[in-house]
Write a protein that binds this ligand. Structure first.
Ligand code: 8Y4
Length: 280
């Protein structure tokens, strides 16, 4: 199985890829857009590369439940200088975390190779045209609703079946839009319109989502379902996050999105060393 993202081709199976999170938002301490904000975000990103990140995911709009949307111009001002600086300094693929086609197009022009689209559910073809025209990698993430309302009353008859139908549907629509399956990665969207129980059911069923033959990406790092299950504030969520990352590695998930890159690399490499020696 291969994943192509512009100039990058990644062949699986291989050790799990760790995607490091780079937030360029005023609620992170990067003061997005201002000169020192750019400096701080780039320095943090380079630290994540030194910790072993295989991919960097750069985002300029907070996707927290209820967060206000960011105007397109402001989002561009935040992320483009960071992407330009990183593209000149690192060899690994850069991912743009955005739901706006114009931001994705500009980010690819600045050196990004992957579109991380948390709103793949809106079936709006413009983003897919950008992926088709540029050959970028495309992460199709499941979300119920929109970030503004998704956590108000998440409801499913069968969350695993529903996310499976979403993957089936989105892969068909993507191909019709000219995005090759080889460009696409699937993501169940932990925390996006899901209760703690829905998130746990999806994690327990990860293996089932391998049936499309596409790489799976998973984002669990410091998320609130861990906090709710364990009674842990965000700074105390690392052990729970690592347990989920190791579980995901054991289920065959190919890419893990994480804040704590060094700890995640160590935990999943240890898990993989044991998996390789597992007895019948
Ligand atoms: C504390 C820590 C509070 C984390 C909130 C959060 C995913 C993603 C996000 C994901 C993909 C987040 C951009 C949510 N999660 N992209 N993005 N998959 N593909 N919240 O699961 O980290 S942002």
């Amino acid at each position: 199985m291969q994943w192509t993202a512009r100039q990058f081709t990644i062949t699986f199976p291989r050790p799990m890829l760790v995607m490091g999170i780079v937030n360029v938002t005023p609620d992170s301490f990067y003061d997005g857009g201002r000169y020192f904000g750019v400096e701080a975000a780039v320095r943090h990103a380079l630290d994540l590369v030194a910790e072993g990140a295989d991919i960097l995911d750069i985002g300029g709009e907070s996707t927290r439940p209820g967060a206000e949307p960011v105007p397109e111009e402001e989002e561009r001002r935040r992320v483009l200088p960071v992407i330009e600086a990183l593209a000149a300094r690192v060899k690994i693929p850069l991912s743009i975390d955005t739901v706006k086609p114009a931001v994705a197009r500009a980010a690819i022009g600045a050196g990004a190779s992957i579109i991380n689209d948390i709103a793949a559910n809106r079936a709006e073809p413009e983003m897919w045209e950008v992926a088709a025209a540029t050959g970028a990698g495309y992460v199709a993430m499941h979300m119920q609703g929109t970030p503004a309302t998704m956590q108000q009353h998440p409801e499913y008859q069968d969350v695993v079946a529903e996310v499976g139908r979403f993957f089936e549907d989105v892969l068909g629509r993507l191909q019709q839009a000219g995005v090759r399956p080889e460009q696409t990665v699937l993501d169940v969207g932990i925390g996006f319109g899901k209760t703690v129980e829905h998130n746990l059911q999806l994690l327990a069923a990860l293996r089932q989502f391998k049936r499309w033959g596409r790489p799976l990406l998973l984002g669990v790092s410091r998320k609130s379902f861990i906090g709710k299950l364990l009674g842990a504030e965000p700074p105390e969520r690392l052990p729970g996050s690592l347990a989920c990352a190791c579980w995901a590695a054991m289920q065959g998930v190919e890419i893990i999105r994480a804040h704590d890159v060094r700890a995640t690399v160590h935990a999943v490499r240890m898990t993989e060393a044991l998996m390789a020696r597992q007895l019948a």
